[in-house]
Design a protein around this ligand. Structure first.
Ligand code: AMP
Length: 211
């Protein structure tokens, strides 16, 4: 099973990807997670990517395509993969199609998770990551704000690119660069739209129904 998850930042791609990749026993390939890992580790790749990621800009396509080539040539991707956050613009999508063709494989589904802009801004500004277990949590809202990770008691931190001014830029980048992929994959007959509002479990159910 080879799947691409599309959707704006904060649409819930990462959360859904974790459940679906487990269910189908395929690797969850998140270019954002890979880049954050490289940045944290201080690698050459991380140094090149840091400024782009922290300001909400897209990392150059050449860097991203190398990451993807590397990931899909690994043995763990032989039964499929789930892409989260890639492709992010038309150039990447075309390079990805060419790469898959060279490998003699094709995508099964492109799932587009739709959430309103108001809900996205609310979700991203409340999103916190556990510095220890990397779990993703939402602060504020109806419940009392958790100061520590409810799972492992680690400190909850805000991603640098979830700060208000960067969120706005990321959403603009999504509109101009990534949204056109919806038409690109619809034209290939691969696109399925999913309503991404509501409870996580409900959204998973909607996705599983179409896979
Ligand atoms: P994400 O975790 O998917 O929201 O990605 C966080 C940041 O990593 C983005 O704002 C970009 O700076 C960078 N990034 C992730 N995936 C890509 C990609 N496919 N192309 C370019 N930049 C990316």
């Amino acid at each position: 099973m080879r799947i691409v998850l599309l959707g704006s930042p904060g649409a819930g791609k990462g959360t859904q990807a974790k459940v679906i990749s487990k269910k189908f026993d395929i690797p969850h390939i998140s270019t954002g997670d890979i880049l954050r890992h490289e940045i944290k580790g201080g690698s050459e790749l991380g140094k090149k990517a840091a400024g782009f990621v922290e300001s909400g800009k897209l990392v150059p396509d050449g860097i991203i395509i190398e990451i993807i080539k590397n990931e899909i040539s690994r043995g763990r991707s032989k039964n499929g993969f789930l892409m989260d956050g890639f492709p992010r613009n038309l150039e990447q999508a075309v390079m990805f199609s060419d790469l898959l063709e060279q490998l003699g494989i094709s995508l099964d589904n492109v799932i587009n998770i739709n959430v309103s802009k108001e809900e996205i801004i609310d979700r991203l500004s409340r999103r916190r990551i556990c510095s220890v277990c990397k779990g993703v949590f939402s602060i504020g809202g109806k419940n009392k704000e958790p100061e520590k990770c409810p799972k492992c008691n680690g400190d909850l931190i805000e991603r640098k690119d979830d700060k208000k001014e960067v969120i706005k830029h990321r959403l603009d980048v999504y509109e101009s660069e990534t949204r056109p992929l919806i038409d690109f994959y619809a034209g290939k007959g691969l696109l399925v739209n999913i309503d991404g509002s509501g409870e996580e479990k409900e959204i998973t159910k909607r996705i599983l129904e179409v896979l």
